[in-house]
Design a protein around this ligand. Structure first.
Ligand SMILES: *[C@@H]1O[C@H](CO)[C@@H](O)[C@H](O)[C@H]1NC(C)=O
Ligand SMILES: *[C@@H]1O[C@H](CO)[C@@H](O)[C@H](O)[C@H]1NC(C)=O
Ligand SMILES: *[C@@H]1O[C@H](CO)[C@@H](O)[C@H](O)[C@H]1NC(C)=O
Length: 394
């Protein structure tokens, strides 16, 4: 990289024909490129790069955002659900794509306690923060297929040998190897040679949540990954399980019924219950679902239901019209491989993606079918929940 800089200053002393200048410059650029790519990558890394097992590391520059995707509060001991964390991860992956760098992924993902029925919650004070983290997190590689992901965005884990090499090398190179940046724009990281030539960019993302860095997502020119990107990158054993279940289901439709966390209410100063989604509790009850989906799902169809509702038999009334199926129908297949609710949800998500007709709880796109018309976005307005019918009959 240093070589590149000094050579760029070399000027041709005598005026020459434009063709010669052009050819000479092109040749010069080609040689410089070759030399810099050989010299800027130290031998240890070059060996890793040429090893076919490390094909993703062919991209020789790295982007690091920290070792926690999501770290609200002072101590990072809680986190948001999978969807939120994926939104953050996607934001970071988009930046890596934009910069043409390999993304250094946190090797673990925090599991929100309310989403981890299998995890043991240690509330006792004698556990140090790191132990608590280990107990309430899972390996990133148990959720995602990193090789598959690397076909689109090259990634390595922050507990890998490769990362160790990158780190030691960047430290040896000093200010030419690594920059710790905060508040530098994506465009500057890409265009300014101060950053673009570095082996490693250590970027401090928003301490609240990584996805804050993509708040302007709807209005920017950089590469965007679709919502479906991370769901479809599920670990191989999860994809295999989903495929088996889909084969057993045959021709089916699916609904995702979000109750649980989303039904949260609180009392206002007059003691009246209020909710952020005033129609959600009503719209996600079986009698209302039957009414709402009648126009989309004909009687007699197999209906796969994914929900965080924990009341046994809650959706049974739907059986008057449909053949119901849940992931619990396939527990003999799932129990041996699913360790937490994030993995379970990833399987369910693939099954829902494979349905002939899929109905979400909230509309996310114009073309989505949804159980409720309440917006998903947190409007911060607390309404009195509505349980009466709107009038339209089914
Ligand atoms: C990245 O930068 C942050 C903030 O400057 C620092 O605390 C952290 O140790 C750095 N990490 C690496 C791997 O260099
Ligand atoms: C979107 O970006 C363009 C170009 O940068 C800018 O002119 C426009 O004001 C932005 N719109 C919004 C809603 O932020
Ligand atoms: C799934 O299990 C429920 C009982 O929990 C049963 O009523 C239903 O028929 C099963 N569905 C399939 C597709 O096997």
């Amino acid at each position: 990289m240093a070589i590149q800089k000094t050579h760029q200053k070399v000027k041709l002393s005598k005026p020459r024909s434009p063709i010669f200048v052009l050819t000479a410059s092109l040749a010069c650029i080609a040689v410089l490129y070759l030399v810099s790519s050989l010299l800027s990558t130290p031998r240890s890394i070059r060996n890793l790069v040429t090893d076919p097992k490390n094909r993703h590391s062919l991209h020789e520059k790295y982007l690091y955002w920290g070792n926690r995707i999501d770290c609200p509060g002072k101590h990072c001991d809680s986190c948001e659900g999978l969807g939120h964390q994926e939104s953050s991860l996607r934001c970071a992956l988009e930046e890596a794509l934009f910069l043409g760098r390999t993304f250094v992924m946190p090797s673990r993902m925090c599991i929100n306690p309310i989403h981890n029925k299998k995890g043991i919650l240690h509330q006792s004070g004698d556990m140090v923060s790191e132990e608590r983290w280990a107990a309430s997190s899972c390996a990133m590689a148990s959720l995602y297929d990193l090789d598959l992901m690397s076909n689109t965005v090259p990634v390595i884990l922050d507990n890998s040998k490769m990362w160790h090499h990158v780190l030691t090398t960047s430290m040896k190179l000093g200010s030419r190897g690594i920059a710790h940046v905060q508040g530098v724009s994506r465009a500057d990281l890409k265009e300014k040679s101060l950053y673009s030539n570095l082996l490693l960019i250590n970027r401090t993302a928003s301490p609240l949540s990584w996805f804050m860095e993509c708040k302007d997502r709807n209005n920017r020119s950089s590469i965007m990954l679709p919502y479906s990107f991370l769901p479809s990158m599920a670990a191989k054993k999860l994809r295999d399980a989903a495929e088996k279940i889909m084969a057993l289901l045959g021709d089916y439709d699916a609904i995702h019924v979000r109750r649980g966390d989303k039904l949260k209410t609180r009392k206002d100063r007059f003691g009246v219950e209020r909710s952020l989604h005033p129609h959600l509790d009503r719209d996600t009850r079986p009698e209302f679902i039957l009414c709402r989906i009648a126009k989309w799902v004909p009687a007699g169809r197999t209906l796969f239901i994914a929900s965080n509702e924990r009341t046994p038999g809650f959706f049974s009334p739907l059986a008057v019209r449909y053949k119901l199926a849940y992931s619990s129908n396939y527990s003999s297949l799932l129990d041996p491989l699913v360790e937490n609710n994030y993995q379970l949800f990833m399987v369910e998500r693939l099954i829902m993606m494979g349905a002939k007709t899929f109905i979400r709880t909230f509309k996310e796109d114009e073309t989505d079918l949804s159980l409720t018309d309440d917006p998903k976005k947190n409007t911060k307005i607390w309404h009195i929940p509505v349980y009466t019918k709107d009038g339209e009959d089914c």
